[in-house]
Design a protein around this ligand. Structure first.
Ligand code: FRU
Length: 479
């Protein structure tokens, strides 16, 4: 197995990848396009790489879908199924809506170097043609004007777009995907200001267990914005009347409190109306320096989003999808060496899912380790309601100063006596879902060898109500 290569997360076969793009379900396949530079393992002139999957977990690599052209590089965007042929490219055509980034215009000092273009495919995404009338949305003089997320708004029977515009988002609408008009803007009183707004998404969700519906606006921020350093993604819960988005929220809520979940957006046109998000499992602070050789970056596991109402307000939950659970099988306790479940060794821990349900007296402390002494520690302190993780002794750190700086991460989840954790480990990534995904921490980690040991460091301070170790069967391909 190639060092650090995740086995049940999407990675490009080789070279550089960043944001997921064009997430759309069509004719039995979930398509995943992504920001791709095919000539190097660092960022460069952007293309849209392409893969498809029947279950969001086993991916088939496909040829590059979109290449840069005279209008610019192909930056992030979305894709829709044009069921009624509103654009005239054909019934059920796939239409991609993306940002053109023109480095020549940028180099001339103008701010108008990002515009929006479209491309279409009438063979289920195999081949793509750019629309000859591009760009479909000119730049109004805003330096960062990008990452269109387009969706069909049933109530208005129109296409709508949410677009990042430097320090806010703008909403547009269209009847044919070609002519767009501005309908509103949404910004937030951040103090201090966060980094540039990128990769927005807007969708409606029912609040769990009620008939109430709310709209969720997701936005990613570059720079030093996220609670644990570098780039991160937050969300707002509010109302959208088909024109304007509003929220009563006073504070930002983050989609993920780990350092490595950025630019996440959701699928259009899912067959079961589920809201599935995939993020880029990295951070602009150190993404180009991570110690992989042939390729760079992975996507997060796909996550089903749900909304719950708590005392602290609405929370957007990120849950493991059913297909992932189906890919796992229980490891019987007698296959583990040591004390089950508080301290054992298991060869395949590096492709596994740990589930733990505990009652806590005052704290919980868990360690994953290997024979070379790498330690990844996570835990919870009831007194201050803080969940933390520490990758500061977990293998390679010195490839980037900001990576080392963010080795310890915290999140306030409130004081609670019961905690459930699901921990998905895959070579160089660890995703921790707390209390059924109400809070998430996703991190990359580069241990010298794979993790083989699990230990609860303070078993006397907790009661274990439930524990499972599941092996992830990466070879059960469905495609
Ligand atoms: C986010 C981002 C997007 C942009 C793309 C360029 O990571 O900066 O805003 O479209 O990456 O690759």
């Amino acid at each position: 197995m190639e060092k650090f290569r995740p086995q049940f997360h999407f990675t490009p076969e080789e070279n550089w990848m960043n944001d997921p793009n064009g997430l759309v379900y069509h004719n039995g396949y979930y398509h995943l396009f992504y920001q791709y530079y095919p000539d190097d393992t660092v960022w460069g002139p952007m293309h849209w790489g392409h893969a498809k999957s029947k279950d969001l977990l086993h991916w088939e690599h496909l040829p590059i879908a979109l290449y840069p052209d005279s209008l610019g590089y192909i930056f992030s965007g979305s894709a829709v199924v044009d069921k009624n042929n509103t654009a005239g490219f054909g019934e059920n055509a796939l239409v991609a809506i993306f940002t053109y980034h023109n480095p020549e215009i940028e180099n001339k000092g103008s701010d108008r170097f990002q515009t929006q273009g479209i491309a279409y495919s009438t063979d289920g995404g195999e081949t793509w043609d750019k629309y000859t009338g591009n760009p479909v949305l000119q730049n109004p003089g805003i330096r960062d004007f990008r990452d269109p997320k387009v969706f069909w708004n049933d109530q208005k029977s129109k296409w709508q777009m949410v677009l990042a515009a430097k320090d806010h988002v703008q909403f547009y609408e269209s009847v044919n995907l070609k002519d767009w008009s501005l309908i509103s803007k949404f910004g937030f009183n951040d103090d201090p200001l966060l980094g540039v707004w990128e990769c927005p998404d807007l969708f409606k969700l029912k609040v769990d267990g009620t008939e109430e519906e709310k709209w969720v606006l997701i936005v990613s921020h570059g720079g030093e914005s996220a609670p644990n350093g570098g780039s991160g993604t937050r969300y707002f819960v509010g109302e959208y009347d088909g024109t304007t988005f509003t929220t009563d929220q006073n504070e930002s809520q983050w989609l993920d409190y780990g350092t490595d979940n950025y630019a996440g957006v959701t699928y259009n046109n899912t067959p079961d109306q589920k809201r599935i998000l995939i993020g880029w499992m990295s951070n602009w602070n150190y993404a180009t320096k991570t110690p992989t050789e042939k390729w760079r970056s992975a996507m997060t596991l796909p996550r089903e989003l749900e909304l719950v109402k708590k005392n602290r307000g609405y929370l957007l939950k990120s849950k493991l999808i059913d297909a992932f659970e189906k890919m796992t099988s229980l490891v019987p306790a007698n296959e583990l060496m040591g004390v089950y479940p508080t301290g054992f060794t298991y060869e395949d821990l590096s492709q596994s899912l740990l589930s733990l349900d505990v009652s806590i007296k005052d704290s919980l402390r868990i360690e994953l380790s290997n024979h070379s002494g790498d330690k990844y520690v996570m835990g919870y302190e009831m007194a201050n309601g803080t969940f933390y993780l520490d990758r500061g002794q977990a293998g390679s750190l010195d490839f980037s100063e900001p990576y080392e700086k963010t080795s310890r991460q915290t999140m306030d989840i409130g004081s609670q006596e019961k905690l459930s954790l699901q921990i998905a480990i895959d070579a160089s990534s660890i995703e921790i879902f707390i209390n059924d995904g109400e809070y998430v921490m996703t991190t990359q980690v580069f241990p010298k060898h794979k993790f083989t040991e699990f230990k609860i460091l303070n078993p006397e301070k907790i009661t274990i109500n439930d524990f499972f170790l599941k092996k992830v069967n990466v070879d059960d391909a469905e495609n």
